[in-house]
Design a binder for this molecule. Structure first.
Ligand code: NAD
Length: 243
């Protein structure tokens, strides 16, 4: 897919990996539908988008509290099409399993799995008529291998991989491709809140010896959107952590 003038919706794109994706898709010539909970995008992101002369709309919405059907329809109507949906918004609420509360489970499952499920449902309905489209789900190596203290997050991210493979099978006949990205440890707010001791421990497990950059994950999303023969795959971007 040539991304020039294609419309890309990235959820949770105010900062971190989502913001890096916004910039990368803008550089590829795409029009952007950006989403977050804050009133507006940060000055820094706006400056980066302006540098790329990006055409974009900002859709303010807390996806845990929003009517996702209406959100999807409003997003679609912004440009009259959506070619790429990136289900990126995600949270973690880490605790050892024995102390994990129902609320910790529900909030992570809701944003990291249920929101992609329903957003994909409403967008795919429209993509079916368009007879083309790409969905990229932000999973994690934790969804493939598990991780102490992340039972809720691992369940949600593993669920996304199953969802990805199923939607890839169902969407193929209408040229809708669905893939996932499984990052390792990427340097964003999500990982900046980890203690130095935990970070040092993780660094020892990464053969490339550093955390990944949000832009390196964003480049993977561009590759997945552009390559018309890729579907149902989960691409690991982890500096070799899970070799
Ligand atoms: P981040 O915390 O820096 O950004 C998360 C984004 O989601 C933000 O833009 C935030 O505003 C948005 N968001 C959170 N709650 C929302 C809500 N209710 N409604 C709408 N938007 C909401 O995290 P990140 O590191 O950029 O992570 C992006 C995605 O990548 C997530 O799905 C995360 O699970 C996944 N991931 C990240 C890492 C990592 O190491 N950083 C590793 C594996 C997977």
């Amino acid at each position: 897919m040539d991304l020039k003038n294609k419309v890309v919706l990235v959820t949770g794109s105010t900062h971190g990996i989502g913001a890096a994706m916004a910039v990368a898709f803008a550089q590829a010539g795409a029009k952007l539908l950006l989403n977050g909970r804050s009133e507006s995008l940060s000055d820094e992101l706006v400056e980066q988008l302006n540098q790329e002369k990006a055409d974009y709309h900002y859709l303010k919405a807390d996806l845990m509290k929003t009517d996702l059907k209406k959100f999807a329809e409003d997003a679609w109507d912004s440009y009259g099409q959506i070619d790429v949906l990136v289900n990126n918004a995600g949270i973690n609420r880490d605790k050892l399993f024995i102390g994990m509360k129902e609320a910790d489970f529900d909030s992570v499952i809701n944003l990291d799995l249920k929101v992609p499920f329903f957003l994909s449902k409403w967008i795919i309905k429209k993509m079916n008529k368009q007879r083309s489209g790409v969905i990229i789900n932000m999973s994690s190596i934790v969804g493939m291998h598990g991780n102490s203290g992340q039972a809720n997050y691992a369940a949600a991210k593993a669920g996304l991989i199953g969802l990805t493979k199923t939607l890839a099978r169902e969407g193929a006949m209408r040229s809708i491709r669905v893939n996932a990205i499984a990052p390792g440890m990427i340097d964003t707010e999500m990982t900046q809140k980890l203690s130095d001791r935990v970070k040092e421990n993780i660094l020892e497990q990464i053969p490339l010896g550093r955390l990944g950059k949000a832009s390196e994950v964003a480049q993977t999303a561009i590759f997945l959107a552009q390559n018309d023969y890729l579907t149902g795959q989960t691409v690991v971007v982890d500096g070799g952590m899970t070799i």
